[in-house]
Each structure stands twice: as C-alpha cells, then as structure tokens.
Design a protein around this ligand. Sequence first.
Ligand code: PMP
Length: 358
Amino acid sequence: QSRHGPRLKASVSSLPAYVPGRPATAPDGRPAYKLSSNENPYPPLPSVQAVLASALSDINRYPDMGASGLVAALAARLGVPADHLATGTGSVGVLQQFVQVTAGPGDEVVHAWRSFEAYPIVVQIGGATGVPVPLTADERHDLDAMAAAITERTRLVLLCTPNNPTGPALRQAEVDAFLDRVPGDVLVVLDEAYLEFNRDPETVDGLATYRDRPNVALLRTFSKAYGLAGLRIGYAVAHPPVAAALRATAVPFGVSALAQAAAVASLAAEDELRERVDALVVERERVVAALRGQGWDVPETQANFVWLRLGERTASVAAECEAAGVVVRPFGNEGIRVTVGEREANDLFLGVAASAAG
Ligand code: PMP
C-alpha cells in the first residue's frame, strides 16, 4: 500500500497552471480596475439581465443538452446549417474537445507561441505533444515556420486571430497560402475569440475559409464582445463530422440554461452590443496612439488589449500598474497585456506607461 494515495498520470502532475487574471484589488486592499482578463467592461444589457432573471425559476431542471434554441439562433445568424455547430463550456471547453477529438499520445499539435496560454495546457491534458512555433519580430504568427513544423504526426493546428496576447490578426492571403500547405487530414482551428474587435480590412474571413475547406473549423466565444465571460459559453463552426465529434465529447449539460438564454438574448441585441464594441475599438485606438506618442513600440492590435514587450521590466511595470490601481497581466519576462477597459482605467494605465517610458 502506498502512503501517497492514488497515482496520478505524470502528464497531469506536470501541467502548467492556467493563471487567471488577478482580482481587481490592489495590494493594499483598495479596489482597482481589472485589465487582466480581456473582459468586456460593460455590465450585461438590461434585456439580457431580464432574460436571466426569468430563466432562474427553471434551474431545478437540467438545461437543454443540445442548446437547440441557441444553435438555431447561431445557424440563422451565421448562415450555416445547425449540424455545423457545437457549443461548449466557454470556448476553452470547446478547445479542449478539439484536442480530444484529434490528438492523443504520439500526436502533435502545432500552435504559435506566445499565444493563448491554454493551448499547451489542453494539449498536455490530451496526452498529445505541443509544437510551439515562435512569433515573428512584429508579434505575428510565423505561418511559414508553422507550415514547416507540420509532420506526419501533426493532427491539429491552432491559429489565433487576433493573437492573444500580442494583438495582430491573420490576413486572408497568408492563411490561404498556409492552408494550401497543410495536408487535408490535419484539422486547422481558427480561434476567433476577439473577432468582433478586428478592423483589419485584409483579415481572414473565417466563415468563407471554413466553407471552402473541410479541414478548417472556427472557435468563437460569448465571453469578450458579447460580455458573458461569467456564464461560460463558446462554440465551434465545423464540417459535420468534426462538429458531431465535438458534440459527442461534450461534458453533458455543460452549457447552463442561464448561459443559453443569455446568449440567445445577446444575439437578439447585437446592434446595442456592436455600439459597445465600436466604443472599445475607438478607445483601443486612443490607447495605442497615446502609447506610441510616449515612445513605446506597440504592435498592431485588432483585439481588446494591447501588448507591451518589456523583458526584464515586466514584473516591475506590472507592479507599478497595480500600485496605480489597475491590474494588468504580466507574462514571465516577456511583457504585459493590458485589456482596453473603462476610460478612467485606461488613463491610469497610460499614466504609468508615461513614467515607465521616460
Ligand atoms: N481563445 C482565446 C484566444 C482567448 O484569449 C480566450 C480567453 N482568454 C479563449 C479562447 C477562451 O475564452 P472562453 O473560454 O471564455 O470562451
């Protein structure tokens, strides 16, 4: 008998931690602005709150397992058949399923790095091997290098557009050229979590690209532009065999009735939500212009955050932001990612950035 209790898989005990954005409290206990998780700073719309309030009376029941109302609303909104859709517990839940349905021990998953921190984690949980491909000097996916990294063991490629945490979006021409080099039996997922903030006219059209190519799928979320991060709902758009595999591997009832109701109500209120997204994009451009005016080399960003590559100064600048009342997200000795939030919050951050630049 072991004194150490049950033996866990080695791949599990060596998992890197998913570090959540710090709570919005400064070290001395003062409230602070939370610019560390790329959340939407606006509270839920009154129409969404009303739907949630009325859905509460049914939570003694399990939710609709197939999220049929939401799937129908998404199918109508996107112009895709319902059997091309799969919902999940946040897009990170769907991401984990993408790994489950494609890759296991001995298989490789190619992704850019730095990119969304959950990629290496879900790959390792799936027992597969991650193949991280460094970004270019201007913080973009190096699609040439990613194509070169594909081997006969590659089962899945993750492309993040716009890229978290650096900001640039992928262009249609470069994605087409890349996809032409990917074998048809390798699934390529475009993670479009920040799609709605993207204003790059040359950006990849995910829906058109997936329609043309059976090995391309899209990953989307209600957490960012739709402001429903706390309800945990994301979805995939994929060709029927892939979408069916995702549905088959979903955690049963993994999308709550509240999440389904709020997502449907948000699709119905898209005009209002789009105004908020537009305001955040205006605010993003103001922040980027101010940072560049201060002398910072800010990469292009098409998302609701900005990236400052700070190297050894990462932790100290993040601490200065916290002291000023804004919690930002440091990544190792690489840099900080700062969500575009309330105007006052952005101004506090710009104040710290001005002194750190000088
Ligand atoms: N993809 C990317 C690129 C992200 O940045 C995030 C959230 N940080 C997600 C997926 C997952 O978001 P959620 O699970 O809330 O849908």
